[in-house]
Write a protein that binds this ligand. Structure first.
Ligand code: ATP
Length: 271
C-alpha cells in the first residue's frame, strides 16, 4: 500500500512557497502550468525538484478541457509568470503543461499555444493522470481527478496508465447544487463550498452529486481489477467525499492531504 508521505510533504512545501517563495538561486527552474476549468495553477521547482514558488488564480478561461477564452488564458498565465519571476528574481523559460485525457486531438494545440503565447518554451505536454502519477507514484489502482468541469478516471497497472476517461461532471456541478439549496449566486456558492468549516453541513446536501460521480467511476472501472481509488483534484478537498465514494464503489478510497495541487506539481516534475 502506498503512503502519501512524499506527496503530502511536496504539497505542503508547495502551499508554503505560494505564500513565501524560496529565493535561493537554482541553476534551473522547472515550471508546470495547469490550465483548469476553475483554476489556473503555476508551480515552480528548483534543480532538486523542490517547490520554490507557486501561484494560482480562479478563472473562467477553460471549460471541460477546452480553451474558451484564448486571450484571457494567455493573459493570466503571463501575469502569473511575471509575478513568479519577480518573486524569484529570475526569468522562467521552460514549462510543461497537461491536457485532460482524450482531448489532445481537440485542444492539445490550444493549451500549448497558450503556454507558448505567455512566453514559455514548452518542454512537455502530458495527460493529467500521468502528471498526477509523477507525484502519487501509484503502481495499481484508479486515479480519480475531480476538477471543476470534469472528472478524469485513469486506471494504472504496474505504474502505466492503461485506461483513461473524462466525464463532464465536477466541482462546478457541486456549486450549482449549493447555489440551489442555499439560494446563493453561483460565485457565492463557490466560495461557500470552498470553506472547510462548511463541509460537514454540505456533505448531505452534496451526497446525490457525489453519488453521481461514484456511478461514473463505477461505470468506467467495470471490467478492470481495481482495488484502490486515489482521489485528486480541487473538488476532493471536500471533507468526507472519500467516504461516500468508498461506500458507493465498495472500493478502498484514499486521498492525499491536499488533493488540489497534485496535478500541477506533477506537471512541473515532468518539465
Ligand atoms: P478541470 O480539471 O475540470 O479542468 P480544474 O483543473 O480547474 O478543473 P481543480 O483546480 O482541480 O480543477 O479543482 C477546481 C474545483 O475544486 C472547483 O470546482 C473548486 O470549487 C473546487 N475546490 C477548490 N477548493 C475546494 C475546497 N476547499 N473545498 C471544496 N471544493 C474546492
Amino acid at each position: 500500500e502506498i503512503t502519501f508521505d512524499s506527496c503530502n510533504q511536496l504539497v505542503s512545501q508547495f502551499e508554503a512557497v505560494v505564500k513565501n517563495p524560496v529565493r535561493e538561486r537554482s541553476s534551473v527552474y522547472y515550471t508546470g502550468v495547469d490550465l483548469g476549468t476553475a483554476c489556473v495553477v503555476v508551480a515552480v521547482l528548483d534543480e532538486n525538484f523542490r517547490p520554490v514558488a507557486g501561484a494560482y488564480r480562479y478563472a473562467d478561461v477553460v471549460r471541460d478541457g477546452m480553451v474558451v477564452d484564448y486571450i484571457g488564458a494567455i493573459r493570466i498565465v503571463r501575469e502569473l509568470k511575471a509575478e513568479l519571476e519577480e518573486k524569484l528574481d529570475t526569468e522562467l523559460l521552460y514549462a510543461a503543461a497537461a491536457i485532460p485525457p482524450g482531448t489532445d486531438s481537440l485542444d492539445g494545440g490550444a493549451i500549448k499555444n497558450v503556454v507558448q503565447g505567455a512566453g514559455f518554451e514548452i518542454t512537455a505536454l502530458l495527460d493529467e493522470p500521468t502528471a498526477a502519477n509523477a507525484v502519487l507514484k501509484i503502481q495499481n489502482g484508479a486515479v480519480v481527478d475531480i476538477g471543476g468541469g470534469t472528472t478524469g478516471i485513469s486506471i494504472l497497472k504496474d505504474g502505466k496508465v492503461v485506461y483513461v476517461a473524462d466525464e463532464p461532471t465536477g466541482g462546478t456541478h457541486f456549486s450549482l447544487v449549493v447555489s440551489g439549496a442555499y439560494n446563493l449566486s453561483f460565485s457565492e456558492a463557490e466560495l461557500y463550498k470552498r470553506k472547510e468549516e462548511n463541509h460537514k453541513e454540505l456533505l448531505p446536501v452534496l451526497k446525490p452529486v457525489i453519488e453521481k460521480v461514484a456511478s461514473i467511476i463505477n461505470r468506467h472501472i467495470k471490467g478492470y481489477d481495481v482495488d484502490e481509488i486515489y482521489l485528486v483534484g480541487g473538488t476532493c478537498c471536500l471533507a468526507g467525499i472519500e467516504t461516500i465514494i468508498e461506500k458507493q464503489t465498495g472500493i478502498h478510497t484514499r486521498k492525499p492531504d491536499n488533493p488540489m495541487f497534485v496535478t500541477p506539481l506533477g506537471i512541473a516534475f515532468s518539465c
